[in-house]
Design a binder for this molecule. Structure first.
Ligand code: PLP
Length: 401
């Protein structure tokens, strides 16, 4: 029953939020798995590892030790200190407690930042392919999404030229995501320096989503744009513990930036969610301040899977992929399959191919339409080698048929 039929009209901002175009496939995948069907699922946006033991124990200790009450809205003193130490290692910059805000996941940090910075009509540059959440949050704030194409020949690494082609007088900000979900692209330091100069020249704020910053491979170097001249005062660094520490369910993310912006974000948070869960904050502090060996072990395992999956994808007729430098996804060009007919279905784009694989082969990937590119798909390699082997063999069989 629609909300109208119940006599309730949705607010415009909720009505305009588009359900993800990949939702139909996602729902179908989940329904098949729930019905007990054998589906190899490459759609997950999270590590398949358990949260390391010492972090879980810190959570248990917090419960048993009575850390079960409200904390400061923007995060405990202990967690902010651990975040500041981590930021110094990751960005080379020193942040004070009033320049840090802890939120309910990096997604929430991003939401607070966009709500604090984007006014109706403001343009925000979003490089394509993008993480699906950016455009929707900008639209919620009444902003305009200014899509910036990146070149496949540049392995989707954003360049200043790409931005110059799109920037308008109404542009207020830029969202950077390096390493990128879905492409895995990591912007090299020299290109980043030019992007920083672009942001200064056009007086833009930069939301730098660095959540995959510690998952880089093959000698790629992750650098924060905040460290370039003139950038610290216009950059909000967004990160969190979800991906590097296998803590997606704990819901802890953080933002660091100029105190007045962080204060505005904290005000928004104080009137919406209040503090993130006290227990999860204690576990996140243990993650950031404790031994880091597990992070490196997981990274090495992702790297092994990455190399294997790239090699296998390249053997499948019609598919092409660059070895990604970061995150845990392959961003696969399927244009070579467009126009074929597979099991009676004409393949016009990755949505069609995704459906064919799901129905005929029992493999789920995420079509690129949700990320702004219909002829690509994203597959996560945050899954076991055995599953990778099984799923990739199935994908290949259908295309070789
Ligand atoms: C690019 C990017 N940013 C942010 C997030 C959100 O992370 P969190 O679980 O901390 O909200 C994700 C999760 O998929 C992501 O891919």
């Amino acid at each position: 029953m629609s909300s109208k039929a119940m006599g309730i009209t949705l607010a415009e901002r909720a009505a305009q939020l588009s359900p993800s175009p990949t939702l139909a496939l996602d729902a179908k995948t989940k329904a098949l798995i729930a019905a007990g069907q054998d589906v190899v699922n490459f759609t997950a946006g999270e590590p398949d590892f358990d949260t390391p033991a010492h972090i879980r124990q810190a959570g248990v200790k917090a419960i048993e030790g009575g850390q079960t009450r409200y904390t400061a809205v923007g995060g405990t003193v202990a967690l902010k200190a651990a975040v500041a130490d981590r930021l110094l290692l990751d960005t080379g910059l020193t942040y004070q407690p009033n320049e840090i805000l802890v939120s309910v996941g990096a997604k929430h940090s991003l939401y607070n930042a966009i709500m604090a910075l984007v006014s109706p009509g403001d343009g925000v540059l979003v490089p394509v392919p993008y993480w699906v959440t950016y455009p929707e949050q900008i639209l919620l704030a009444g902003g305009r999404v200014e899509r910036v194409a990146t070149a496949p020949a540049q392995r989707h690494q954003l360049r200043r030229d790409d931005l110059e082609r799109v920037v308008t007088p109404a542009t207020r900000g830029l969202i950077l995501n390096s390493p990128c979900n879905p492409s895995g692209a990591v912007i090299p330091p020299l290109a980043l320096q030019e992007i920083a100069a672009f942001a200064v020249d056009h007086d833009l704020f930069v939301l730098s989503d660095e959540i995959y910053g510690r998952l880089v491979y093959g000698g790629a170097q992750q650098v924060s744009i905040a460290r370039y001249p003139g950038m610290r005062e216009r950059t909000i660094v967004i990160s969190g513990v979800s991906k590097s520490y296998a803590m997606t369910g704990w819901r802890i993310g953080y933002a660091a930036g100029p105190a007045p912006v962080i204060q505005a974000m904290a005000n928004l948070q104080s009137q919406s969610t209040s503090n993130p869960t006290s227990i999860a904050q204690a576990a996140a502090a243990a993650a950031l301040a404790g031994p880091q060996q597990a992070v490196e072990e997981m990274r090495q395992e992702f790297d092994r899977r990455r190399q294997y999956a790239v090699e296998q994808i390249r053997r499948i007729p019609g598919l092409a992929v660059d070895a990604p430098d970061g995150a845990f996804y392959l961003w696969v060009d399927m244009a070579g399959v467009v126009g074929r007919t597979l099991a009676g279905r004409e393949i016009r784009n990755a949505d069609d191919l995704g459906l064919a694989w799901l129905e005929q082969s029992g493999v789920a990937v995420v079509p690129g339409s949700g990320f702004g590119v219909p002829n690509y798909f994203r597959m996560s390699y945050a899954t076991s080698m055995a599953k990778l082997e099984q799923g990739l063999t199935r994908m290949r069989s259908l295309l070789e048929a």
